[in-house]
Design a protein around this ligand. Structure first.
Ligand code: AMP
Length: 397
């Protein structure tokens, strides 16, 4: 089967066409500046990257351009759109009603619409992508793969906030968690790779990228995760603050005459390691370079980030009454040996020891703990598009 995987943001969309038999990507790319002017990037595997500037007033025109590129006589990878068997959509928020990926029908669309309040930046964009595909490829099955679904197995004690119960009843305020596709994929890969028992294992997945989150996965089910009602909770991230005392919001609002939504914008976009380094960078490559040159703020930011990761890992060891393996994934988790070493140095009390040489290797599936380490530590690359393709095929086959 050939699956078109679509990940829609508010003004951009990423896409891939993946062959399910070979699991090979046949073409990929993105549309940028949707609703502003419009740019299509199209990269057929083994071919030349093409960049086309053209107006894309809405997601429908953007997806139409992707489809045109895919069947283009010169560089297209498909003879006709009939070759696309299904479309898999990444959807941010499925609330408490959706616990797994679903074939999209009116009922699923209704739930995604209801969850727009909880994911105001992403859910409306995800819906636009779904509507556009339904319009442009009528009759093809569309599947929604939710960022929140994997975390729906969390017990009440993990997902409830200590606030009046009425807010849970009235507005469904609770922890949902995100990056679920990645946590699900990487925890399964880790269990297979390390020969653990899917029904009797405790795995902690550290998804460390621009957005970062950690999950505790017991017997293949998520029992806790660091992001919350929104992706702002938890770790210190590229530009997001992660956990802070909520009273900080009122304090700064009063001191600086800001509104709550202005403060939330600062906590989402101007905080994290970016804010901690006075705007130096949110990219860990820049922070590692600056730290190596003696920049104290960059050195501290890397330490603050790693310390929070280690504290969260420690709390998940407590949540699962132990741990068998810790997996690092995503941009930083896969590529930054410095962060991995720092995090693991804080976990020495668990008997964790890294193999320095193996930890120096980048971007491949590898056990990086030393032979005499009490726990297994591994780098396990994530692949959210592949996971979305697999979920889609499983549902439409
Ligand atoms: P992601 O959100 O998973 O795509 O991760 C993107 C982030 O990964 C970037 O912003 C960088 O901070 C980080 N990253 C990518 N490559 C490296 C690298 N070689 N060393 C350190 N950090 C990296």
């Amino acid at each position: 089967m050939k699956v078109l995987v679509i990940n829609c943001g508010s003004s951009s969309l990423k896409y891939q066409v993946i062959d399910s038999e070979t699991e090979q990507v046949q073409a990929k790319g993105l549309c940028e500046r949707i609703g502003i002017d419009g740019r299509l990037i199209y990269q057929p595997t083994g071919g030349e990257k093409e960049v086309t500037e053209a107006p894309m007033p809405t997601h429908t025109e953007a997806i139409q351009m992707v489809l045109d590129a895919l069947v283009n006589e010169k560089s297209g990878i498909l003879k006709s759109l009939d070759e696309v068997d299904a479309i898999g959509h990444r959807v941010l928020h499925g609330g408490a009603k959706i616990t797994q990926s679903c074939v999209i029908d009116d009922e699923v669309i209704k739930v995604i619409e209801e969850c727009c309040d909880l994911g105001p930046l992403h859910n409306p964009a995800n819906l636009k992508g779904i509507y556009a595909c339904q319009r442009l490829m009528p009759g093809k099955p569309n599947v929604a793969v939710f960022d929140t679904a994997f975390h729906q197995t969390m017990p009440t004690k993990a997902f409830m906030y200590g606030i009046p119960y009425e807010y849970y009843e009235k507005y469904h305020i609770r922890k949902y968690g995100f990056h679920g596709t990645s946590h699900s994929f990487v925890s399964k890969e880790t269990i297979k790779f390390l020969n653990l028992d899917p029904d009797n294992s405790r795995v902690i997945v550290c998804h460390l990228g621009n957005g970062s989150s950690i999950s505790a996965v017991k017997d293949s089910k998520c029992v806790d995760t660091s992001m919350g009602l929104t992706p702002l909770e938890g770790l210190v991230m590229g530009t997001r603050s992660g956990d802070i005392d909520p009273a900080v919001v009122e304090y700064i609002c009063n001191k600086e005459g800001k509104t709550v939504s202005e403060m939330l914008n600062i906590l989402n976009k101007k905080s994290g390691v970016y804010g901690l380094t006075k705007g130096l960078s949110s990219d860990f490559r820049d922070l590692e370079a600056a730290s190596n040159e003696g920049n104290k703020l960059a050195e501290d930011a890397l330490d603050i980030f790693s310390y929070r990761v280690a504290k969260t890992v420690g709390s998940y060891v407590a949540a699962m009454n132990g741990v068998d393996a810790i997996a690092f994934t995503a941009g930083i988790g896969e590529n930054d040996p410095g962060v991995r070493a720092k995090v693991c140095s804080y976990l020495g009390y668990l008997g964790i020891k890294l193999d320095e040489e193996k930890n120096g290797t980048r971007g491949q599936k590898l056990v990086i703990s030393a032979a005499d380490s009490a726990k297994l530590v591994a780098v396990v690359p994530t692949n959210e598009e592949l996971a979305i393709m697999q979920e889609t095929v499983a549902l439409v086959k």
